[in-house]
Design a protein around this ligand. Sequence first.
Ligand code: URP
Ligand code: ZN
Ligand code: ZN
Ligand code: ZN
Length: 472
Amino acid sequence: MKKIIKSGTIVTASDTYVADILIENEKITAIGSNLASDGAEVIDASGCFVLPGGIDPHTHLEMPFGGTVTKDDFETGTIGAAFGGTTTVIDFCLTEKGKPLKTAIETWHNKSRDKAVIDYGFHLMISEINENVLQEIPSVIEKEGITSFKVFMAYKNVFQADDETLFRTLVTAKEHGALVMVHAENGDVIDYLTKKALEEGKTEPIYHALTRPPEIEGEATGRAAQLAGLANSQLYVVHVSCEDAVERIIEARNKGFDIWGETCPQYLVLDQSYLEKPNFEGAKYVWSPPLREKRHQDVLWNALKNGQLQTIGSDQCSFDFKGQKDLGKDDFTKIPNGGPIIEDRMSILFSEGVTKGRISLNQFVDITSTRSAKLFGLYPQKGTIAVGADADIVIFDPAAERTISASTHHMAVDYNAFEGMKVAGEPVSVLSRGQFVIKDKSFVGAPGKGQYLKRAKYGSFHPTGEKEGMSV
Ligand code: URP
Ligand code: ZN
Ligand code: ZN
Ligand code: ZN
């Protein structure tokens, strides 16, 4: 089974050039000019960019949360992802205190195995460190290929871990070659502020944002960064939303700490005023951390441009407006946190970032794919277009225009956070390991075709032999 992608403009994190790509079975086997097409299926990509498939490092598919379960599962979520040009997702596997890690991992395998249409891996939540957890960690890394751990500094009495747990996770991760991810908000202070707001009768969605101000995120980000420095470990801060957190990340990186930051499309283009929409519509825009005042958007864009933030995750965590978000109709603390972003993650970054001159085309590839592949142990199998890499390829028409809408999206959820927004550029066809998942804008994949990815340890990729660090 051979395919040849002809005459497209190949874009990687470092290069832009016109060439043909030969695909044999699941891999890219040649790149060059005028490759002979003998017997191969020819895909004409002239006028299009040919990009490495996107890697979404942050999803919550079929996850129990906020008294309900996220609407998009591994089937609808990965179909939406594929339409948007993403060919790999890394989902957060939730653990429960007192239960073996392997029970949680099995649960996540069972949710995903027969459903995913693209490849996927798991991060593992760590909520406690004890002898049993420490004993299991080597096999989680070696056998399951789960080389990133997530610690929540917020969601008190639900997911929140204390500082000892965070610190010991950092130490353990360093020892075994894993990357520690943090949700950085001060959960104790949020708990106090939310209770106080409710006592004062403040129940509307906007109070979700007002009870978790930027200082709360900045403080937790700084604390996590200092603890990572003290442990001489590695840290990845998820869903960075504000200047306060960006500043803490820059300071830590300037000290030479091994710290990375992710932001999300919603923080780049939506702002806090959305939470004030009438008729409870503000609930559609409830994320933690919350949407911020508009001025933070420029800070985030600049940080992406300057390499101070390195990746973009969707934080896909979708709930229907009707039947799920309205659990919090009379009390903002009961609104399930999160939104449907997986499908439009790359579109937003291309349209608002590349076409508006905020980031370069090569940075777009780095931010949406290559960097996550390197950080999460998938490079160079994924995250680039090179001989020997998986043929995870997006044929992207930069001239296409579309209007984002729930009436045309492919996620299962009943609204789109970017409803009515016009975006430039659209994936035309998407291949996962050499097979079409999207062909001429139609879904041709199948549930179960996505494969589970065992990932390499943190820092295994050393392009110039140096320690994985700032200059990669
Ligand atoms: O509001 C959010 N971000 N929901 C998803 C869970 C999380 O904190 O990442
Ligand atoms: Zn989070
Ligand atoms: Zn999340
Ligand atoms: Zn390196």
